[in-house]
Design a protein around this ligand. Structure first.
Ligand SMILES: [Zn+2]
Length: 202
């Protein structure tokens, strides 16, 4: 048996989304089943404590399904001696277009290849982290790689694995409906769901 099959079997038994990744929802359901069903009246994965104020400002812009995992990543990094904060979350299409203009019709170097509606940041499933040393932000550090591994362990996709533009600070949570989809097909589905005011994650 493979570990993924084992996690999937547990998820099936717990009647939660089956994706083979033991993230915040899975651990919350396991905790609920064998320790306590709720904490302060809410499901355990929703009871994951809030983190620092700056991170929370960005976490608040993410889809509800993504928020506990973003918090879990900050906590897990801290437990491994790495100080991270969430420094970017949701971007509107207009904000994305403004970024896309940089290095094209606006001054400065290019920062993205994604126009509005073509970035995972436009749908509340993606966030970027910063590694900090005390209060100073480290734009580059080998610690980004270490955090990438911790994030994948939580079921997140890590931008450090991308081949076209390697993006080590970037993490995203793929909905189960997009499990087998190419990135561009998932983005197209997100755009159509936004246009039709449909739920993005369910
Ligand atoms: Zn990003």
């Amino acid at each position: 048996m493979q570990i993924t099959q084992m996690i999937e079997a547990v998820q099936k038994k717990l009647k939660i989304q089956v994706d083979g990744k033991a993230g915040a929802e899975t651990w919350g359901a396991i905790y609920a089943a064998i320790v306590k069903p709720t904490i302060g009246g809410v499901a355990p994965h929703l009871a994951i404590s809030k983190v620092d104020e700056r991170s929370e400002k960005h976490i608040a812009t993410l889809l509800p399904e993504v928020q506990p995992i973003a918090r879990a990543l900050v906590q897990k990094a801290a437990a491994n001696g790495i100080n991270i904060k969430i420094i970017s979350g949701l971007r509107t299409y207009a904000e994305q277009d403004a970024l896309y203009a940089k290095g094209r019709t606006a001054p400065g170097p290019k920062v993205t290849n994604a126009r509005g509606g073509y970035s995972n940041h436009n749908f509340g499933i993606a966030f970027d982290i910063g590694v900090f040393s005390g209060t100073s932000y480290l734009p580059e550090s080998p610690k980004y790689k270490a955090v990438g591994v911790l994030g994948m362990d939580l079921g997140l996709e890590w931008g450090g694995n991308w081949t076209s533009i390697v993006d080590q600070p970037h993490f995203q949570l793929r909905p189960v409906w997009a499990a087998a989809m190419k990135e561009r097909d998932m983005l197209a589905e997100f755009r159509s769901r936004v246009a039709g005011s449909q739920p993005l994650f369910a």
